[in-house]
Design a protein around this ligand. Structure first.
Ligand code: 4AD
Ligand code: MG
Length: 478
């Protein structure tokens, strides 16, 4: 059995003169004497001091950037600047060589674009070590938040026959042979011959199944992968992303907003508390990145200030109608700087409008409610005005839409009417409608895009840098 110390523990240790064994990947090897070794346990490296006069030339040559090595030696107080401890090597074993000419990660600064092409190796950089540690902490915090509140974690299906959002942006799942697709008499593909005996797709949301569970357990959440075949090549969209979807029975839109705000503050607070080194590093990374931008495009707050600010302030709450008034009279609208000008009630808000509201007008997270029914999904509860639905979107600075949710339409007649208007076939959702038939009750829920949360907390600027292996149009490498 392999026994080794983690570098993270050794860097904080004062047990000098003890024998230790460490394993890791070489970051740099200077002057045939100093190895910076990293094992992923933290961003920092431990310095291995090599007695090169007593080390075979052949071995020294194999200590190259990227190589995996095992070192046995003595933990000593460091004589150098910048670190407290060193390991004075007694024996060094090469576990896996790394050809220095071919290894893509050279000991220098690489651009995020370059590293995206090398996503299989980018975890070995400080930036991605920090990003994925924060991602882990946020995922853990989400489970802890819901667990503490007695929510049941539901695993909803990945393959489904329904389109929860009714937007038709689905990836088909099939085992049919494309060269010999069976056809019905009227020439359409005959899905009765397919694996499931009907047309199926990857889920766009676990909400509908989540509602079924909420109508039994009272409060549930999902946390799983979701898929959207939307052709959006932006820094905020992925074709495969992770979503957290709580659903609560006996709850209205107010309860829903409160839950969402509590959750966001809890998980951001958790990350700040538990990822101090990582967030400090990412804070500095962002400051460096901002320096390359013109003054007026730089953000007023640093990453840590932004996160602290978010914890300390109530999210702004206003209706869609109020937001339209603000946007209509805003400078960029008057000066025709928006790509999509706002002149009428009913217009769908584009990300430029959302970002104006959060970044310029309110300068904090904003919850917009009561959207026109025509720009929202069929399951949202109709308000008494007959024009708007009890929807909410939570918008974040630098991100735009972070959360989308609503109170659900629990009244059977209203729900089927909306489905008819929006051409959603009732036969396919018979099981969903059954909850309205048998013990219907007011309920509400929302979906949080996990990668957008990770973007916000890490201060990264492209969603492709906060998921391990991003999927987007024309890209499914790794
Ligand atoms: O607003 P959306 O489409 O809402 C739903 O799917 C509802 N069923 C949620 C619910 O009420 N249970 O998506 C929810 C969130 C968005 O606010 C956004 O953060 C994220 O999911 N999201 C995406 N994230 C990355 N890439 C994409 N293509 C995304 N589409 C949505
Ligand atoms: Mg939405």
């Amino acid at each position: 059995m392999i026994k080794r110390e983690k570098i993270k523990d050794l860097l904080n240790s004062t047990a000098f003169d003890t024998e230790v064994k460490v394993m890791g990947w070489v970051r740099t090897f200077r002057n045939n004497q100093f190895i910076a070794l990293n094992d992923g346990s933290c961003m920092g490296n431990i310095q291995i001091v090599v007695d090169f006069t007593n080390t075979p030339e052949e071995l020294l040559k194999r200590i190259t950037t990227g190589a995996a090595i095992s070192v046995e030696g003595t933990l000593v107080e460091s004589l150098g600047k910048g670190q407290k401890v060193d390991v004075k090597a007694k024996t060094i074993e090469i576990l896996g060589d790394s050809n220095a000419d071919e290894y893509p990660l050279q000991p220098k600064k690489h651009s995020l674009e370059f590293l995206r092409e090398k996503a299989h190796l980018r975890f070995r950089t400080n930036t991605f070590n920090a990003v994925f540690k924060v991602r882990h902490a946020l995922a853990f915090a989400i489970h802890q938040f819901y667990n503490e509140r007695g929510f049941v974690y539901m695993h909803t299906p990945v393959i489904t026959a329904s389109d929860a959002e009714g937007a038709g942006e689905m990836f088909k799942v099939t085992t049919l042979d494309f060269d010999k697709t069976p056809r019905t008499d009227d020439g359409k593909v005959d899905f009765s011959e397919d694996f499931f005996g009907k047309a199926t797709n990857l889920t766009v949301s676990g909400q509908l199944e989540g509602e079924l569970a909420a109508m039994a357990f009272g409060q549930i959440y999902t946390f799983g992968p979701t898929f959207r075949a939307e052709n959006s090549n932006t820094t905020r969209h992925l074709a495969e992303f992770w979503m957290i979807e709580p659903e609560v029975a006996f709850a209205d839109l107010e309860n829903n907003m409160q839950l969402a705000e509590d959750m966001m503050k809890y998980v951001i607070g958790y990350a700040l508390e538990n990822c101090k080194d990582e967030i400090a590093f990412l804070n500095d990374r962002l400051l460096e990145e901002e320096k390359t931008k013109p003054q007026q495009e730089r953000s007023e707050l640093s990453l840590i200030e932004k996160l602290d600010f978010c914890l300390a302030n109530e999210f702004e709450r206003l209706t869609y109608t109020e937001a339209i008034q603000i946007l209509k009279h805003s400078k960029p609208n008057q000066k025709k700087q928006f790509k999509y000008l706002i002149d009428e009630w009913g217009a769908d808000l584009q990300s430029e409008h959302e970002r104006y509201l959060v970044e310029k007008h309110f300068k904090k997270p904003v919850i917009l409610t009561d959207y026109p029914k025509d720009i929202k999904s069929f399951y949202m509860r109709m308000n008494d005005d007959g024009k708007t639905v009890a929807a909410m979107d939570i918008l974040f600075p630098g991100i735009g839409e972070m959360i989308g949710g609503s109170q659900r339409e629990e009244r059977m007649d209203m729900l089927t009417k909306r489905m008819e208007e929006m051409h959603i076939p009732q036969e396919e959702l018979w099981w969903y409608l059954d909850t309205r038939r048998f013990g219907s009750a007011p309920h509400a829920g929302f979906g949080l895009g996990f990668e957008r949360l990770v973007l916000f907390v890490t201060g990264m600027t492209n969603i492709r840098d906060v998921i391990a292996f991003p999927r987007f149009p024309k890209s499914a490498e790794f």
